[in-house]
Design a protein around this ligand. Sequence first.
Ligand code: ZN
Length: 392
Amino acid sequence: MTAVLVTWAFLVTGCSVPPSPPVTPPSQEVAEQTLRGIEVAVRDRRPDDFRARFAADDEALGRTADLWWANLTALDVTRFTLTAGPLDPAGAAEITIDWAVPGDSGIASHLARFSFRAGSDGAARVAAVAPAAAPAARPSWWADPLRLFRQGQATVVATGRVDQSRAGLWADQADRAADRVADALPASMRQGWTGVVVVELPADGAGYDRLLGGEPGSHSGYAAVAWAEGIADPRRERIAVRIVVNPDQPVHDPRALELLLTHEVTHLARYDAGSPAPLWLVEGFADHVAYAGSPELRAAAEQSLRDTIRSDGAPDRLPGDDTFRRGDLDRAYLLAWSACRLIARRYGDDVLNRFVVAAGAGQPVDRALRATAGIGLAEFRAEWVRDLTEPR
Ligand SMILES: [Zn+2]
């Protein structure tokens, strides 16, 4: 579609206010050529070509373009593509930005809005940029200077003010978590994962909310989340999953950090966001992998499990998906973990792994459990409740 609209500028005379320059929207084709120019400039690392695609007479826009350049090159982006929707009569369009950093196991995908202006040379310049309206997620490189911390298999992308030792600690622990998960999961359970972990470390809670999108505060109960940074569209390619840290829920104990990261990296390796499996299995399995490497923390979790059974009683059902979003999250996670732990204890880790894979592939849970452990879901649930209430 091509839309050309010419705005006539009327000459203003006898006044000290200078006339506004004529704003001429370009054609769709010419605007898209500008986007191609930006992509090639990023790909070939040519700062002057990049800068030349943005209107030169707008200082604030120039600062944004310079910040983007600095951030995108610091990130060492391996992919940066801009896809325009139809231009409106004023020369603005929705832009889909697909991008990736080294080691990403997919693409991150964000929406924005660019306005274009035709120049006298026949080319178009980007004249204004805006992130997609809230509550859409915003990419890390949009408005704050970034700093990167790399350690082995981990990349920490810190936004805004950076506590260097904190970023270094996350990088170190994420690198170790990558090793633990690679050791714990057979290769068939981590297909498509590069083995790299990208952690995004915002400076404050508002930055955390901007990275995740959605209603502010809707993820405030978590210390970190494994986050698929993309527009949910099953026809598109694999989405990059990164770990986004919540600065309002700091984790001070290094062992708790180890546990948290191993849990999140398990999600990353399994690519299980939006899995058809019930959350008790997805979350319980991630905790099972995390606790496996830490007998001390496992003992503490067992004590917490006994405490919750003593104070709130034994459950009569496996925790439903909504219990992982609100209410007593600790109890929901402990119960989920205890169910996975029981399967591993009674039938072995190999059976648990095969059950996780089958349910993750969309097999109904009862059928997947029968096929792998030889027991139906109702029978397993009864066994699990009995196990939780047995005195130890
Ligand atoms: Zn989780």
